[in-house]
Design a protein around this ligand. Structure first.
Ligand SMILES: Cc1cc2nc3c(=O)[nH]c(=O)nc-3n(C[C@H](O)[C@H](O)[C@H](O)COP(=O)(O)OP(=O)(O)OC[C@H]3O[C@@H](n4cnc5c(N)ncnc54)[C@H](O)[C@@H]3O)c2cc1C
Length: 482
């Protein structure tokens, strides 16, 4: 039997320290800022438990675990895990970015390339392997913080001599493990997950930044871990006025480590700047985790396309040629992302005994997705006009007889009731314009790193020689003219 929502709910209130609105709370799952998202995650686990064939695989020990933990040896296993991610993404219509299948996929991708860790350090490789099995066998929900806090990006963390522990770094080494101190930029879903994987995606300078070149995993209730939540988009929101914010605000938080002891058996990279990069880019970590992201984006774009179509039907413009063109463009971009997702999964490369998506294709998908989403949102805003603003202030207006009568007179559509129109327009605004919707725009633009970094990865992986050879082959007969 795989993990259920009930089991997840009883584990998540583990005494972690969450700071929000001037308070430090320790039982957060019932807090209005987090309750809706916690419940949505519990529903994912219930969906998984009810659909074991689609969502889980059986380990050698006979445990029924999410397919995200499976190391894909056969092409069908890669396809199966992708379908499971898509099925989960459809449960939240793509609005939960860091669902439990994201970071587990990253760890699976490190395991398919365990030799990279073994070549670096047999001890750290053994720690990673043991942790992977520990987390897999419990089907733990992990999130990660792999980016250093912004601070002053003109210098690397070790060059800020007067503030050495602004960025998370090692303070000292003991027989039991390492003591770490400082911040990591953002942990999406740090209030939802069981444990946190720490790593570094930012460039670090060998010799200068060694103390920051770390990767490890810790439970989110470990002594000294402080979770500083951003403002909540769910608190005080109801499902009529904010149908998405109220259920899917997965939260983002700055994570501060206040002299946290990390046992050696949880340390995967220690004082090695090059290995920090190899951890994600020399293994299949990035490709497997962001294949999950593409599944999620596919679900989200189908949702937004359907929303745009329904919105234009309600406002009576859906058959105008100019509107059909914009809708066609939305459908086209949705199918393009779906096609990229399918290509990642169906055109894998072999690594040892494993089948994993092609790295250069994955980097291209990241770069394309970052630019598609903002255009998508802008197109839906064009279609929406002021209809997403011309709305009653809140559900409470419906219980005021005079206000309700006015709403029913003014929220006119020839194909929907006034209430249906209001609900659909509120859904649209929550998706494209609310604080929640704006955060999603920022998320899609940045979760896989800034755009210039995505493009530079494509640049590094692209086969320029083959392309140049093809180009100059057109000049094969040029010698005739010399
Ligand atoms: C909603 C959201 C959720 C997130 N969740 C997570 C999470 O769960 N875990 C996690 O680890 N991270 C998370 N992140 C962080 C994310 O990974 C970073 O935002 C991303 O890597 C970009 O880093 P940055 O924000 O520090 O931007 P910066 O690196 O500071 O870049 C910002 C901009 O500055 C310019 N710039 C910076 N450096 C250069 C340069 N060298 N050359 C040219 N231009 C430059 C570019 O215009 C760039 O777009 C999240 C971010 C967002 C927005």
């Amino acid at each position: 039997m795989s993990r259920t929502g009930k089991q997840y709910l009883s584990a998540v209130d583990d005494g972690r320290e969450v700071f929000i609105n001037g308070e430090c709370i320790t039982r957060h799952s019932q807090h209005p800022a987090f309750r809706g998202a916690v419940e949505s995650v519990a529903q994912l686990y219930d969906y998984q438990a009810s659909n074991p064939q689609e969502m889980t695989f059986e380990t050698d020990q006979g445990l029924q675990i999410s397919k995200a933990w499976e190391l894909p040896e056969r092409a069908e296993q890669l396809v199966g895990r992708a379908h499971a991610s898509l099925a989960w993404a459809r449960q939240s219509m793509g609005w939960l970015g860091r669902s439990p299948d994201h970071v587990s996929a990253a760890l699976a991708g490190m395991m398919t390339h365990l030799e990279v860790f073994e070549a670096y350090s047999p001890d750290r490789a053994a720690a990673l392997k043991a942790y992977f099995e520990y987390a897999r066998d419990r089907d733990l929900y992990l999130t990660y913080t792999i980016v250093n806090p912004q601070g002053d990006r003109s210098r690397s963390p070790g060059e800020h001599e007067r503030n050495l522990y602004h960025t998370l770094g090692v303070v000292k080494e003991t027989d039991a493990g390492i003591i770490v101190k400082g911040a990591k930029m953002l942990g999406t879903a740090a209030v939802l997950a069981d444990e946190l994987l720490v790593g570094v995606q930012n460039p670090l300078k060998a010799g200068v930044d060694d103390r920051y070149a770390l990767s490890f995993a810790m439970p989110l209730n470990a002594p000294g871990i402080r979770i500083l939540s951003r403002n909540s988009y769910a608190e005080g929101k109801n499902s009529f006025d904010h149908p998405l914010s109220s259920r899917f605000d997965e939260n983002d938080a700055l994570i501060y480590f206040d002299d946290v002891l990390v046992p050696w058996e949880r340390v995967f990279v220690y004082r090695d700047t090059a290995m920090c990069r190899r951890q994600f880019h020399g293994t299949a970590a990035e490709v497997l985790m962001d294949t999950q992201s593409l599944a999620r984006l596919t679900a989200k774009l189908h949702f937004l396309t359907g929303l745009a179509q329904r919105m234009t039907e309600i406002t009576g413009v859906s058959d105008f040629p100019a509107v059909r063109e914009i809708l066609g463009e939305l459908a086209c971009n949705t199918l393009m992302i779906e096609g990229l997702f399918k290509a990642l999964v169906h055109c894998p490369v072999q690594h040892g005994k494993y089948q994993v998506p092609d790295k250069k294709h994955l980097y291209m998908c990241q770069a394309v997705a970052q630019t598609v989403y903002p255009k998508f949102i802008e197109a839906i805003r064009k279609l929406a006009g002021g209809g997403v603003i011309m709305l009653p202030s809140s559900i409470h207006d419906l219980s005021h007889p005079q206000a309700r009568e006015l709403i029913e007179q003014t929220q006119y559509s020839s194909i929907a009731t006034p209430l249906e129109r209001v609900q659909l327009m509120k859904l649209a605004w929550d998706a494209i314009g609310s604080e929640f919707g704006s955060r999603h725009l920022q998320y899609e633009m940045f979760y896989s790193g800034p755009h210039f970094v995505a493009l530079s990865r494509v640049h590094s992986e692209y086969d320029w020689e083959a392309a140049k050879e093809l180009a100059v082959s057109a000049l094969a007969d040029a010698s005739t003219y010399q």
